[in-house]
Design a protein around this ligand. Structure first.
Ligand code: P6P
Length: 326
C-alpha cells in the first residue's frame, strides 16, 4: 500500500493537532525539494553545473545549483502564511517574511539548501538539511529566534539526492524515510521508525587531516582499525565528503561519522544550526548518539548563526567509545 507523507502525518503524527501550520511547512519543503531533485538528476544537461562565480558567507565557492536550491526553498516557504522567516547556510543572516507579524506565522525554518554541493559535478549524493522551530519573539522576528538550541527543534530532517531521492524527517516521534516516486512525483513511506544499530564497524572520517587531529581522535581511529578481530569483523572506512550521504548510510546501517576539531580548525568545519543540530535530532530519534566530544550537541546554546562545532554521531556504542578516549 502506498503511504504518502500526508497519509502518514494524518495517521501517526498527533502533534499536528496542536501544530496546525507544520503540515503546510512540509508541503512547501516537499515542493522545493522535488524541484531540486528534478534538476539534480540531470544537472549536467541543463547547464547548471559548475560554479556561480561567487562565494557564500562561509567563503566557500557557491555552485549554481546551491543558489537555485536556496532560492527555491525561500520562494516555497515564503508562500506559506505559517512561515515567519528562514535562515540559510548560504546567507549571512535571516530573512523575515512580510507575514512574520501575523499571528499564524509561528514557524521558522533553517536550512542548508544543498550540502555537499562540491560533489555536484561528480554525481555523488548531496542533500538538503532543514530544521523547523517555533518562533520565540513577538512582533518582528529577531536573531534569537534562529539561535535556539537543538533540543528546541520542533521537527527536522534532510532530503538526500542520490540513487533515490529520500526525505528523512522526525517530529520527535521516531525518524521516518519517504522515497520519491519519480513517476508519481510523490514521496512514499519506505522506512518507518528507523533504528541505528548500536555497533557497526564503519568509520567515517577524513584521514587527510590525520596529522592535525588531536591525540584522542587518533587513538580512537587506531582502536577502530586495530579492533580485536576475533570479537568484531574489522572496521571499514567509508567517507564520501557529503555529510548527508555519510550520515544516511550510517543511520540505516550503523557506524560513526566524525568531523572533529583540528589544530587548524579548533571548532571543526560543520555548522551547528544548519548541519549538526538537525542531523543529531534525527539520529537521536533513531536511537543513536551525537557529541561535540564532550557535550550533547543538542544542548549547546548557539551564540552565532554560522557557528561551527566538532561532531561525532552514529552508533551509540561507538560514540560512547569515542568519548571514552577524550
Ligand atoms: P572535508 C561538504 O562541503 C561538507 O560541508 C559536508 O557535507 C562534508 O561532510 C564535509 O564538508 C567534507 O569536508 O573537509 O572532509 O572535505
Amino acid at each position: 500500500m502506498k503511504i504518502t507523507l500526508d497519509n502518514f502525518f494524518n495517521e501517526k503524527e498527533s502533534i499536528l493537532a496542536s501544530e496546525k501550520g507544520l503540515k503546510e511547512i512540509y508541503e512547501k519543503l516537499e515542493e522545493a525539494t522535488k524541484k531540486i531533485s528534478n534538476v539534480v538528476n540531470h544537472a549536467a544537461l541543463v547547464g547548471i553545473l559548475g560554479k556561480a562565480d561567487k562565494e557564500n558567507i562561509q567563503g566557500e565557492e557557491v555552485m549554481k545549483l546551491d543558489e537555485l536550491s536556496n532560492d527555491w526553498l525561500i520562494e516555497s516557504l515564503k508562500s506559506s502564511k505559517y512561515c515567519a522567516g528562514v535562515a540559510s547556510e548560504e546567507m549571512e543572516t535571516f530573512i523575515a517574511f512580510d507575514q512574520s507579524d501575523n499571528d499564524e506565522a509561528q514557524y521558522i525554518v533553517l536550512f542548508d539548501p544543498l550540502d555537499g554541493s562540491s560533489n555536484i559535478d561528480t554525481c555523488s549524493a548531496i542533500g538538503t538539511i532543514f530544521s523547523i522551530y517555533k518562533r520565540i519573539s513577538k512582533g518582528k522576528l529577531e536573531l534569537a529566534d534562529f539561535l535556539q538550541k537543538g533540543n528546541d527543534i520542533l521537527s527536522a530532517g534532510y532530503v538526500i539526492y542520490g540513487s533515490s531521492t529520500i526525505l528523512v524527517y522526525s517530529m520527535g516521534n521516531g525518524s521516518h524515510a519517504f522515497t520519491l516516486d519519480q513517476k508519481e512525483n510523490e514521496y512514499l513511506l519506505s522506512h518507518e521508525h528507523i533504528q541505528t544499530p548500536a555497533y557497526t564497524p564503519i568509520l567515517s572520517i577524513n584521514f587527510g587531516y590525520y596529522n592535525i587531529y588531536e591525540k584522542s581522535v587518533i587513538d580512537f581511529c587506531h582502536w577502530c582499525l586495530d579492533a580485536d578481530k576475533s570479537s568484531k569483523h574489522p572496521f571499514t572506512q567509508r567517507y564520501i565528503g557529503s555529510m548527508v550521504a555519510d550520515i544516511h548510510r550510517n543511520l540505516l546501517k550503523g557506524g560513526i561519522f566524525i568531523y572533529p576539531a583540528t589544530t587548524e580548525s579548533p571548532n571543526g568545519k560543520l555548522r551547528l544550526q544548519y548541519e549538526c543540530n538537525p542531523l543529531s535530532f534525527i539520529q537521536k530519534q533513531a536511537g543513536g548518539k551525537y557529541t561535540n566530544g564532550s557535550h550533547d550537541i543538542l544542548e549547546i546554546e548557539p551564540t552565532e548563526l554560522h557557528q561551527r562545532v566538532p561532531i561525532a554521531l552514529g552508533s551509540s556504542d561507538l560514540v560512547d567509545k569515542y568519548i571514552s578516549f577524550k
